[in-house]
Design a protein. Sequence first.
Length: 417
Amino acid sequence: MQKYDPEKNFPEAWKLLKPFMLSDETLVTIRNSMSRELLKGLARDTHERSSVPCLLSYVQQLPTGHERGHFLALEMWPTNCRIMLVKFNSEKDIYMSSKCVIVPHKIAASRSTTFFNFLAYNIAVFVRNKKVEKDNLPMGIAFAFELNKLALDVGILIRWAPGYGVQSAVGKNVVQLLRNALNEFTDIRINLNSIVDISIGSLMAINWSNPHCKMAIIVGLLTKSAYVEQLEACEMYEGDRNHPFMIINTNWGKFGSNGHLDIIRNEFDKLIDANSNNPGMMYYEKCISTVNISELVRLIVVRLMKMGVLFKDASMDKIGISWNMEMKSIVAVESDPPNVYTAAQKAMDKFGINNCTEQDLATFRFICATVSLRSAQLVAVGVACLIDRMSYTNISIAVEDSNSSTQKIVQEWVLLS
């Protein structure tokens, strides 16, 4: 099989993708901008103007590893939720049982009472099956949507993810809405006592077994991050100061709204934004989340097909449909050995583009790799920013990520920075 030089062998693709190729100097500039926005987010006078808002979690203690007892948890993601029962009997004797519940579109688009009754019903079924419905176990919510936290058990819903229509819940306390729904099930007793951002839940879960974990990042359909901040820097906090730190939900997906990503946003990024459900916002998330990576790849492929330089004479009926490419296909393409294009052809087969030339598949793989690499580099920028902020000599990071490039790039770039 031929080894390809993208600049020479597919120059049209190289030219389109050149704006995705970021220099170290550019990455450092973005990191420095994010650091300044983070400081603005922590400060009372500049908090409202920051594109990294640094939202308070009201979580001021990390696990000790000596916690014992039985606990319930609810993880809420954009497409599903997971109900869990965890039993900490000893440091080595841990039992966990869980149930994943897909949220149907008609429920996600329904009224607030319908949505929270759906959650409460599934929680009730779960605790009955586990024979803990009468135990009044403590339960916390790890929430993937944007909240205004006012206390550990008060999270005012600001915004759902695209696809959700439960608008009557916006502006209300999510914990109380679920409490009200659970109260309809008179045979169960649950102590619903907290809500945190999903990234904070990841940080605390890993910290229980690894005390060096002081940061968590999530990159999937959305992007989240959390880290441990010194309480004296949290100017928005007005409570007691008996503990030295606060876990912060950075809400870094908003980064770029003050123009700090204009130096890298190209014509395809602007198309993604214009065609999104939230144009003009969440620029950082749109550069790195998996749904946007796959759409960027699709847009570039379609452009090259229209130029007549890629998959010549192939039908665009399927690949021409917006948001129709899956991240798992891109991950598979990049996972093939060098100069092997089995996964690339399988990805094209899904669009009815069969029997592709090796050079076309190599071009497609180059597109996938370049767009994914930029995403991973931008995640690494964010991680470096938070590491610099904390100044720990030894730190572990909880990572939930669908881009196979991210963890490797994060490790390499953070070391270089």
